[in-house]
Design a protein around this ligand. Sequence first.
Ligand code: MN
Length: 403
Amino acid sequence: MDQERIFFFDTTLRDGEQSPGCSMYIAEKLRMARQLELLGVDVIEAGFAIASEGDFAAVNQVAREVRGPRVCSLSRAKEEDIAASARALEPAARPRIHIFLASSDIHLQYKLQISRERALELTDKSVRLARAYVDDVEFSPEDSTRTDRDFLCAMVQVAVDAGATVINLPDTVGYTVPHEYAAIFRLMKERIRGIENVVLSSHCHNDLGLAVANSLAALEAGARQVECTINGIGERAGNAALEELAAAIHVRHDQLPFHHGLDLRQLFPASQTLGEIITFGPAPNKAVVGSNAFSHEAGIHQHGVMSNPLCYEIMTPAQVGVPANRMVLGKHSGRHALNHRLQELGYHLNRTDLDLAYDRFVEIADRKKSVFDQDLIGIMLTHLRQTPTLGSHDSAAIASPQA
Ligand code: MN
């Protein structure tokens, strides 16, 4: 097995959908699943089959239509849940049943009111039952990061012995920090017999803003699957954002030498599709896919980006599928269009300066097919020695060259 290949497990349709305002109809889940397939995720968690008729139908439809990624359904460690997941997944090319069971004392005592011994029995029974239906079974000790380490090891050992193929260690409540989370994965590698035959997986929540950092720490410590969502949606503060993980691995490949099956140019389309479906997009300052992620407002930054995008950009918008520019000026554009765009960029010229700028613009337009914002800013800086007089809040204030 290639040790550096990592697997993206997308749970936008399950954990993501569980967040307020993120419910999706079946047709919307199918649309999102198709976009996730285009993006190249390895696993789509399509729902929690027993939770409702709608969830069952969504898992079933996604299983029928999606052929590339594995399709996964969530289940509690209960016979009826596992049977429902198995039925919903019947049409899947590559089905996975995902079982979760609380492992922390606080969850066992107050939520399930069962003993540790009973939890181990349920782990064994449920994993074996799921394996009777499908070859690919993921097991998650819920609230792993607040679980006594010896008991966590005991539970994982039972799951591995019963035939689990993926062991996911969720930071269910967004409580862990990177070095602590990494240590849990290393502990599994040291203590669990047969761990080399299973894929270890991270599942991080963003309550402390650490979901992506914790996920990367897990990868460094040996996890090879990351669970995440588009735009980082999910319970409470959300899950690890898929686009941020993918961008970090792309930009810092020197530090994070993993490869995967994603097409990064589908990151922005996936973000947009989700935003349309749930009727809200990411915050403007959201990394990678926010509307300001590639805009430069300060004159000094604009000048730097104009000279060379690498001055202030560690990746280009095109690499993650962000359209380079909304309005393109060319040799057919007039003084009015030029003036309009200059105003959007924060330049307010008198008639004489506009004439001068227009002459320079026409020269450039004769040489190039399209004149981009950075060309206009170049004219302003080099010929008119002007910086913007009014801050522009246009997200397309400057985009890097189309590449
Ligand atoms: Mn979760």
